[in-house]
Write a protein that binds this ligand. Sequence first.
Ligand SMILES: [Zn+2]
Length: 430
Amino acid sequence: MTESAVASSLLTFLTQSPTPFHATENLKQLFLQHGFNELNEKQDWQLVAGQKYFFTRSDSSIVAFIKGSEDIRQTGIRMVGAHTDSPCLKVKPQPEKLIKNYAQLGVEVYGGVLLNPWFDRDLSIAGKVSFLNKSGKLQSHLINFKSPIAIVPNLAIHLDREANIKRTVNPQTDMSAILLQSDEKIDFRQMLQQQLEQEGCGDVEEVLDFNLSFYDVQAPGVVGFKSEFISSARLDNLLSCFVASYALTQADTRYSALVVCNDHEEVGSNTDIGAQGTMVDDTLQRLVPDSIERQLVLRKSLMFSVDNAHGVHPNYLQKHDEQHGPLLNKGPVLKFDANQCYATSSDSAAFVRATAKQAGVPLQTYVTRADMRCGSTIGPITASNLGIKTVDIGVPTFGMHSIRELAGYQDIDHLASLLSQFYATAEVSV
Ligand SMILES: [Zn+2]
């Protein structure tokens, strides 16, 4: 198998992005390296045709765009959406527990976590910490302990003989993470202060608050006898965030294009920085201030909502319709749902099929079994909020929402080629 530049950059990105905050920071660095200008939402924007821009909100969502050298009112905007968050265990606001002499941290479940795989993993903690500095000023810093400082041990099978048949998981009682052995209750904020100091914030008076996630320290890997697969945490949906952003950095500046990576998709998107928030709409208002012109532009635009799909698992064939079981490494998947949990229409799908043909990229098709409930993503939300034609696509994966997911190595290139072709297409209205 040929080594892919996008795939190897993706592996580095995944390693360095244990939380949406870190993912956003790393995407920001990627855009800066490729000549994008950082914008501040608290200021006026002077946007110039042929230039590239980005801004972040709350440090965990990001919008990057090219204001094309060709008139946006003629060419519309090529939009791609993905999400920076992944289901995980978070540290509770007042997490300290002391049971026997084990100092533990209480956990909160973020999103639809597959809980079992979190046992017996070497866990670290990362995220954003807000503090008062010595001059009384409020500041924040992204921290990452990096080393495995916590673990949630399993209960031995000898103490639960029916574990393989019946064990259920209660995150409130079964999943507090062990941090250390101690005779006294720990002061977690004090530990955070020490970590901040170690990471170069020498000026901390008091830690006030935090948004911290546990993560598995095992680095992403290329696995399989012929190295066919990528195995990593957070493939849903950092894979799509990275590939969409990477492809945008390679695009020329002729046509207008935009990538939005929102936080909070896994918990419903209904926040200021989620897909229900105003980030894309606010960007469009600044890009095309006249509301009638903006409507014209939107009618000539198309949105790719990119989020991973379920590959058909060889051990669980019955979970898929026999005609709609996407295979890893066989190309991105067009996701359909007659009840509109996916925003794909026959028009937008036809456009993607034509684009894939031009790019030489294979495509697959997914629809949920008629007797099962369909998942959803940011596609229908953006489509209904903006009134923009949308298509839901994504690479097929196994183990979605596990602490480690699996994707096809070649699909990284397939997705990048498809999105590059989209950014380079003159006419995208369908
Ligand atoms: Zn997702």
